[in-house]
Ligand binder design. Structure first.
Ligand code: SER
Length: 339
């Protein structure tokens, strides 16, 4: 008998930390965590097994397939947008190759168990793309199917993986005699920039907001790499985790699509700084603009329309801009740095 499991890749990442803690609080006992690095001590107590390995290692995935009966996959491993620009081919291999390897694992698991395997894929506002700041200003809020013209390797990877997930759900091996749609129950959310009180992102381009807040709490000056008027949507990590669990638990009949926008608040970089000054009046932020990273953020929308997620599965963020700072970020980041 194979052991029952839910598999989480990229377990050591920011979303992985939040998701694993939250699943543990909900008494999930069967988490198998996969990451390139040994599991962080903060999550080892919450998982059944930590596997150090690469999602591109097909032998390892075959071994996992033989050992476990997997009901859900949360495929979080990826290179983020800034890092992906420095190594586009590696980003493609990891972000796309890893996703398809896990979709294949989901198909095998589904066939052997005789039931669909749920597959969560974190997509991103990076799937959108404007060619100029003017175009962004003229289109202040985007629905799921508008302006999907990514300008980064990461955005291209995410958009294509959304399509792969839809293909594996509806059309996988459509010409085969034993064609069975629905082997994979793929569900995806396009996240805005995420801000966690207990971790900081590595290699993203929305990193200026979390970096600015974490620097202020530590009393360190911060050189912000985008203009003060830069605007994209953001969300707290607890809301991101809540959204994943809500979507994964939603009744499939109610889902009118497989990929959803969600959002919580969309302040400018300067509004982030002003908010921080309310709590840390000595906070220091200078603007040392990195034109290339600025262009990436300027290609992303100022806001997204999440009305379909709200209607289909009751999405609603717990934190707005004010309460995110007041009741989550400031108290929790202070605790994180022992204040
Ligand atoms: N936050 C991500 C990044 O900046 C986008 O999804 O790369």
């Amino acid at each position: 008998m194979r052991k029952r499991a839910i598999l989480i890749t990229g377990a050591n990442g920011e979303i992985g930390h939040g998701l694993i803690s939250s699943l543990h609080q909900k008494h999930e006992q069967n988490i198998i965590a996969l990451d390139l690095q040994p599991m962080d001590s903060k999550i080892t107590g919450y998982i059944k097994e930590g596997i150090v390995g690469n999602i591109l290692d097909k032998n390892l995935l075959e071994q996992i397939n033989g050992e476990y009966a997997i009901s859900e996959i949360y495929h979080l491993a990826a290179l983020l947008s800034t890092r992906a620009e420095f190594s586009p081919q590696v980003a493609h291999e990891v972000n796309v190759g890893g996703t398809i390897n896990l979709l294949e694992l989901a198909v095998k698991q589904s066939r052997s168990q005789g039931q669909a395997v749920k597959y969560f894929f974190p997509s991103s506002i990076a799937v959108y793309g404007f060619t100029s700041l003017n175009e962004k200003i003229l289109n202040p809020i985007l629905k799921e199917d508008e302006h999907c013209d990514p300008q980064t390797m990461y955005g291209c990877n995410k958009l294509y993986c959304e399509k792969l997930g839809i293909y594996y759900s509806h059309h996988y091996q459509r010409l085969a005699a034993e064609f069975t749609p629905g082997l994979v129950d793929f569900r995806s959310i396009r996240f805005p920039g995420l801000i966690s009180a207990s971790t900081i992102p590595t290699g993203g381009t929305s990193d200026y907001a979390p970096e600015m807040i974490h620097a202020a709490v530590q009393g360190k000056p911060y050189a912000c790499f985008v203009r003060p008027d830069t605007i994209i949507p953001f969300m707290t990590m607890p809301d991101a985790i809540k959204s994943i669990l809500n979507l994964m638990n939603a009744d499939k009949q109610k889902l009118s699509r497989l990929v959803y926008n969600i959002t919580a608040f969309h302040p400018t970089a300067e509004e982030f700084f002003d908010k921080i000054l309310n709590y840390f009046s000595n906070a220091e932020v200078s603007y040392v603009i990195n034109k290339k990273r600025q262009a990436i953020v300027d290609s992303w929308p100022a806001e997204v329309d999440d009305s379909i997620a709200r209607a289909d599965w009751g999405w609603k963020p717990e934190y707005d801009f004010q309460s995110a700072f007041e009741t989550y970020l400031i108290p929790k980041i202070k605790l994180h740095y022992g204040q």
